[in-house]
Write a protein that binds this ligand. Structure first.
Ligand SMILES: [Zn+2]
Ligand SMILES: [Zn+2]
Length: 353
């Protein structure tokens, strides 16, 4: 059995919880998240303790008789600011919320999360705050994802978004992009990778010079007509960036569709003259081609965009998906489905004993 979309409900009253809830907003029941079952439990559930980082907002639990007092998600953060740096630690708490959302989304997709303590080149996070003297560059190398905590400041991130001409820039988006680099490296580029040739045919040869590509991109910008084959202008920079951008959108699309599915949203044919049939989003598209998810997303994203407009906001999903991008998303879908595991939090069971 593969997991479906994580939907958290209060163990006391059944009210819906947020991914980051520490207590139920309806009945004030303190709760913790159990990654093994992907469910919310009472904070005092037998056999569970709160993560030592709960005071910093972490709502995950650890087994009482396990070997760690810090939860699985927090332990994936290999490097964090010095606790005496209270300003940076405030940014860390906000950033860790996005990281936990990333992890739960990956687990919902069935992707193996293999930590750095479990295998060489396993997943790790260095979460560091830029200073004037030492800027932090967001990126991925050999399993390690580096994030600049300064991006958690809304005014800073929004200024960058406008200056770079990006329609969307969020901390969760950074995580979903960087983890795309990790999975391309782990699932596609490993020696003997069965899908490597196909990946190169779709995204380009990742062995081309990255530093040349970087210089070219920031000197000339994206080539004219880029939107006909890329999801974003940044995706034109280098084949690696194209894959990572596409991989991030794969998560955005499937996990947002799953949210609407768990809420029971259905678009009825009779309400929309252009609809050929009811649109019924799913929590899981692993047994159908990506074109099915994209057909649903076409309508669901349009509806969600209009809901945003009704509140005076811009598009929820400010992107269009041309044919070549749909092909790239289909490739990512096949990579993910071929890599799915029943227990995505690799090594979690060992923590218990
Ligand atoms: Zn409750
Ligand atoms: Zn934790």
């Amino acid at each position: 059995m593969f997991p479906v979309q994580t939907v958290l409900n209060c163990p006391a009253c059944g009210a819906p919880l947020w991914i980051e809830s520490l207590t139920c907003e309806s009945c004030a029941q303190p709760v913790l998240f159990d990654p093994a079952t992907k469910r919310s439990l009472p904070l005092d559930a037998p056999g569970f303790d709160a993560c030592v980082s709960r005071a910093r907002g972490c709502n995950w639990g650890v087994p009482t008789h396990g070997r760690h007092r810090e939860c699985y998600a927090c332990r994936l953060t290999r490097t964090r600011p010095d606790p005496s740096d209270t300003v940076a630690m405030g940014k860390l708490a906000v950033t860790e919320v996005s990281k936990r959302r990333l992890l739960i989304g990956l687990a919902d997709l069935g992707l193996p999360i293999t930590p750095f303590w479990f295998e060489k080149g396993g997943l790790a996070f260095d979460l560091l705050a830029s200073t004037r003297d030492s800027p932090v560059t967001i990126g991925h190398a050999s399993g390690v994802i580096t994030i600049d905590l300064t991006e958690s400041l809304d005014d800073h991130r929004e200024r960058l978004r406008i200056n770079l001409g990006e329609p969307y820039r969020t901390m969760l988006g950074h995580f979903r992009h960087e983890v795309g680099h990790y999975y391309q490296w782990k699932l596609v580029e490993q020696p003997g990778g069965a899908m490597l040739d196909e990946c190169r045919a779709l995204f380009g040869d990742e062995r081309s010079s990255y530093s040349d590509a970087l210089q070219r991109h920031y000197r000339n910008g994206a080539p004219a007509g880029w939107e006909q084959a890329h999801i974003s202008s940044y995706a034109t920079m280098h084949p690696w960036e194209d894959f990572a951008e596409t991989f991030a959108h794969y998560q955005h699309i499937l996990l947002t569709l799953a949210i609407t599915a768990t809420g029971g949203l259905v678009m009825k044919q009779g309400r929309q003259p252009a609809l050929a049939a009811d649109v019924v989003p799913r929590t899981d598209y692993s047994d159908v081609p990506m074109s099915v998810a994209l057909a649903d997303w076409h309508w669901i994203s349009h509806l969600l965009n209009r809901a945003n407009h009704a509140m005076g906001k811009g598009d929820l999903y400010p992107f269009t998906i041309p044919g070549p991008v749909a092909e790239k998303l289909s490739f990512v879908h096949r990579v993910v489905v071929a890599s799915r595991v029943a227990e995505p939090f690799v090594g979690l069971a060992q923590d218990a004993g």
